[in-house]
Design a binder for this molecule. Structure first.
Ligand SMILES: Cc1ncc(COP(=O)(O)O)c(C=O)c1O
Length: 371
């Protein structure tokens, strides 16, 4: 007789063992791999964050601050300086990456039989969490412009709905929601339903017409939580740290299921330093703008349709089987994401890299598509 897991896990795919693609490539003699598959920051770490890591390394014999006090103070002060006036430390929750936050949201608010509404396609971690809690992921297809179909998402609300996830900009489409559309949506969502707005790529979208990361509603709207991460513009993906802003009533419930030392001391220190490094953020955004323009133009020249992006990645239609293209590109040392697992066969999602990364990708894509 085998030990039985919770019944709900039967609805999740089996774990697939693998190896780092750098290792797989090295085994084939490909020694340099351009990583354009995880929407990481190609500019490397902020020197201020790097120094904070060095300074903190000798203190790793101690547990981290369970209250994550200083970082939460700093995030709240930064939000107030941005004009989100009411944010205090108690409105800030820090987690081991946004992935942990999404998990904690599931643990806190979802039970068997509940429903949670998500866009299709969107960030896969939403569905994994919903299903792992025994709830149903109600998937609402994006519209013809790859935007969240907010009207259809509202139409999918039932008496079982506990949560609605908005991803703004959306991964993997790169599309974003505008201020008025969000306002109209929030006004119509029943107040007992928690709206989770994941704005992991918000810094990249700042310049887009009408973009809104929830500043006007956060805290005023009692059923809204906004998720942010240090993995993207702040380049700390490997340290695993993200945060949420929400009313205390929501965060207090989530605190009950948080591990006491969920964020390590090095991540706490590096994140605080990264927040100060405005020049690193500015360089990152400038590189992204330039890379976006280059890739958009290259796709136009190649006659490939793409979804104009508000983030640091682009969804491009290659019109060929995406898994095969992903593999062929990796054989040329370029790692990208196939669209197929998102239900986007014929598409690739490529992270915007440095100029040399983007050029290598375009050259490799031309070679793959010419076959
Ligand atoms: C929309 C979205 N949310 C959250 C995450 C994960 O963030 P973290 O690295 O903080 O877990 C990602 C990562 O790609 C993402 O695309």
């Amino acid at each position: 007789m085998t030990v039985k897991p919770r019944e709900e896990l039967a609805n999740l795919p089996d774990y697939q063992e693998g190896k780092p693609f750098e290792l797989a490539c090295a085994e084939k003699g490909i020694l340099s791999v351009t990583r354009l598959c995880f929407n990481e920051n190609p500019m490397g770490m902020s020197p201020l964050a790097m120094q904070a890591i060095v300074d903190m390394a000798g203190k790793a014999d101690r547990y981290p601050d369970t209250f994550i006090y200083e970082l939460r103070e700093k995030i709240a002060a930064k939000e107030r300086a941005r004009g989100v006036s009411a944010v205090t430390r108690e409105n800030v929750f820090v987690s081991n990456g946004s992935d942990e936050m999404i998990n904690l949201l599931g643990k806190t608010f979802l039970s068997t039989g509940d429903e949670a509404i998500i866009a299709d396609p969107t960030f896969p971690q939403f569905e994994t969490t919903i299903v792992s809690m025994g709830a149903k992921a109600v998937k609402v297809p994006v519209d013809g412009a790859f935007q969240h179909d907010l009207a259809a998402m509202l139409g999918a609300v039932t008496e079982k709905t506990k949560m609605i996830f908005l991803c703004n900009p959306n991964n993997p489409t790169g599309t974003y929601l505008k201020k008025q559309a969000i306002a109209d949506f929030l006004a119509q969502v029943p107040k007992h339903i928690l709206v989770v707005m994941d704005v992991a790529y918000c810094e990249y979208a700042q310049g887009e017409a009408g973009y809104d990361q929830g500043d006007d509603y956060v805290l005023k709207q009692k059923n809204l939580i906004v998720l942010r991460t240090f993995s993207k513009v702040y380049s700390l993906a490997g340290l695993r740290i993200g945060y949420a802003i929400a009313p205390m009533e929501i965060l207090g419930q989530m605190q009950k299921v948080r591990e006491p030392f969920n964020v390590n001391i090095i991540a706490q220190a590096a994140a605080a330093a990264a927040l100060d490094d405005v020049s690193h953020v500015a360089k990152t955004l400038a590189n992204n703008q330039q890379g976006k323009a280059y890739l958009h133009e290259a796709f136009r020249e190649m006659g490939l349709d793409f979804v104009p992006t508000a983030a640091n990645f682009i969804l491009v239609k290659i019109g060929a089987p995406s898994k095969e293209a992903e593999k062929a590109l990796l054989d040329l040392g370029v790692a990208v994401k196939a669209g197929a697992p998102y239900g986007l066969e014929g598409y690739l999602r490529v992270t915007i890299g440095k100029p040399s990364d983007n050029e290598r990708f375009i050259a490799a894509l031309k070679q793959v598509l010419a076959k």
